[in-house]
Design a protein around this ligand. Structure first.
Ligand SMILES: Cc1cc2nc3c(=O)[nH]c(=O)nc-3n(C[C@H](O)[C@H](O)[C@H](O)COP(=O)(O)OP(=O)(O)OC[C@H]3O[C@@H](n4cnc5c(N)ncnc54)[C@H](O)[C@@H]3O)c2cc1C
Ligand code: FES
Length: 260
């Protein structure tokens, strides 16, 4: 799989405990599918998977992450001019949506891959965006979506930004307003499960699923989750290789939450 040494050309701290590194990577920026991720080397640990947060016309890609442990702490300490050892682009991203309305639902650090989807499809599809997090400090990239002419509906659990509550409220309203369309979501598993349940079987629903990973390329089976085959029978899915984006119909917990 492609391995790159990529130079950090810009570093931002968009919110407390959140860092975005922009990397000089013209070939990646041109080839990226929204929802694909980078497996980033960090010293003395396994590589860490981080979704791409943007791809710019001048050949940069972004990695936007929340600092939660030693690997993301090390990454957050990188500075302009440093180089990152990156396997990318990995996994299967979101498929190009059919024509018709498309809703992007992002929760916390699930927001960045949906911005790549917005960059890719804002000009060709009617897009709506719902962003959510526990607090205002974890809602990222709002201004980036606005720069594309999109006005995200924002929900926070504590009401510190946007509507008080979960993304499920604006999602319910969007589903009532739109007969067809499709939903693309990335965020914590309980959020994805709620999105899958509300969207149901009537329209396409694609979920970007984050799972602890080892190799990142399908070899170690560290990331397997129970799935549902096209014949309705159980099958194991490797999140890194078969996903991380799955149709909600393929994930066992999204299909049969009572058995998860
Ligand atoms: C495909 C994919 C894409 C991702 N994209 C992003 C992204 O765009 N931005 C971002 O901030 N994070 C993203 N993550 C999560 C990121 O990989 C983890 O936060 C990171 O690996 C943590 O490493 P660490 O050494 O800092 O923390 P660790 O010391 O490894 O863990 C710190 C804490 O975080 C928890 N944790 C670590 N990894 C995960 C995980 N994958 N899911 C749930 N809990 C976890 C641990 O259980 C522990 O409680 C993604 C994960 C996957 C699988
Ligand atoms: S992380 Fe090794 S198979 Fe997915």
């Amino acid at each position: 799989m492609p391995r790159y040494e990529l130079e950090v050309v810009e570093r931002q701290e968009p919110k407390p405990d959140h860092v975005e590194l922009l990397l000089d990577a013209p070939s990646l920026a041109a080839a990226l599918t929204p929802g694909q991720f980078a497996h980033v080397w960090t010293p003395g640990r396994l590589r860490r998977p981080i979704s791409f947060s943007r791809a710019t016309p001048d050949g940069r890609v972004g990695l936007l992450f929340r600092v939660v442990g030693s690997g993301t702490r090390w990454l957050a300490d990188r500075r302009v001019g440093d180089r990152l050892d990156v396997l990318a682009p990995l996994g299967h991203g979101f498929p190009t949506p059919e024509t018709g309305p498309v809703l992007l639902v992002g929760g916390g650090v699930g927001i960045p891959p949906l911005f790549v989807a917005a960059q890719r499809w804002a000009a060709t599809h009617p897009l709506s965006v719902i962003l959510g997090a526990r607090t205002a400090d974890a809602v990222v990239m709002v201004a980036d979506f606005q720069a594309l002419g999109l006005e995200p509906s924002i929900s926070t659990d504590d009401g510190s930004l946007g509507e008080l509550g979960r993304v499920t409220s604006p999602l319910t309203r969007w589903l009532a307003r739109n007969d067809g369309g499709q939903v693309l979501a990335c965020g914590p598993t309980p959020m994805l499960a709620a999105v899958a349940e509300l969207v149901g079987d009537g329209r396409p629903c694609w979920l970007a699923y984050e799972q602890r990973m080892g190799c990142g390329v399908g070899a170690c089976l560290a990331c397997v989750v129970p799935g549902v085959g096209t014949d309705g029978q159980p099958e194991w899915l490797r999140v890194c290789h078969d996903g991380p984006v799955f149709s909600s119909r393929r994930l066992w917990w999204a299909r049969r939450p009572e058995e998860a």
